[in-house]
Design a protein around this ligand. Structure first.
Ligand SMILES: [Zn+2]
Length: 214
């Protein structure tokens, strides 16, 4: 399915640790702190402080903020800053701009972090972003697993074809409907689809179940 080289996949997922961190704070609040991340070619695991499960509608919002940044085709800028020296990575604005007016409120709306990692050079290179799971891993710590590139496009495609199948299933009844709902439930649970979509599909299927199979 995916024929990108490993470096490209890792760079893409790494850049999205920054964008995800930004989006999580936007939606959940400033208490969100990155607690760790594992960047792999096939996905990104990102741990952060938050005291309760992230709601499906919040996940949907987070996912859409990140996808907006891909659509906006933002350049990723990196610059060594002396005397320390540290490397600053800013997405969508030149590091020089930030340094020229460090107190400006404008920077609250962009991602800027200290980082020595390898990045893609423009957010459009990631193609798409999907948030595939959200779970608690310790007290006050949540973990999300996310994907970019074809993995993300594929996840969105899968979700929409399952949605299509659920619509088709609603036109059937009796044991055929029962069979279809059972099959769909299994796949909605196990396939890599965006978490927010997963929640929507589960609601749809439970409605089908309640109204047609009671
Ligand atoms: Zn980084």
């Amino acid at each position: 399915m995916v024929d990108y080289d490993r470096r490209k996949l890792i760079a893409s997922n790494h850049t999205f640790t920054h964008i995800l961190n930004f989006a999580l704070r936007e939606v959940l609040g400033d208490h969100v702190d990155q607690k760790g991340s594992i960047v792999l070619p096939e996905n990104l695991r990102f741990d952060f402080s938050h005291g309760k499960p992230v709601k499906p509608e919040e996940l949907k919002k987070i996912e859409s903020i990140v996808n907006e940044q891909i659509k906006d085709e933002m350049d990723v800028f990196a610059k060594e800053v002396y005397p320390d020296p540290v490397r600053v990575v800013a997405i969508g604005r030149k590091v020089e701009d930030l340094l020229s007016d460090p107190q400006s409120e404008e920077w609250l709306s962009i991602s800027a972090e200290l980082c020595g990692g390898t990045h893609i050079s423009n957010t459009r290179e990631a193609k798409a972003f999907a948030l595939l799971s959200e779970e608690g891993i310790a007290k006050g710590i949540r973990r999300v697993t996310t994907v970019t590139l074809d993995y993300a496009l594929k996840a969105a495609e899968l979700a929409s074809s399952l949605g299509q199948e659920a619509n088709e299933a609603s036109k059937t009844e009796g044991s055929l409907l029962e069979q279809k709902v059972r099959s769909l439930n299994g796949r909605v649970e196990s396939l890599p689809i965006p978490t927010a979509k997963k929640a929507e599909l589960k609601v749809k299927l439970s409605v089908l179940q309640a109204f047609h199979l009671s």
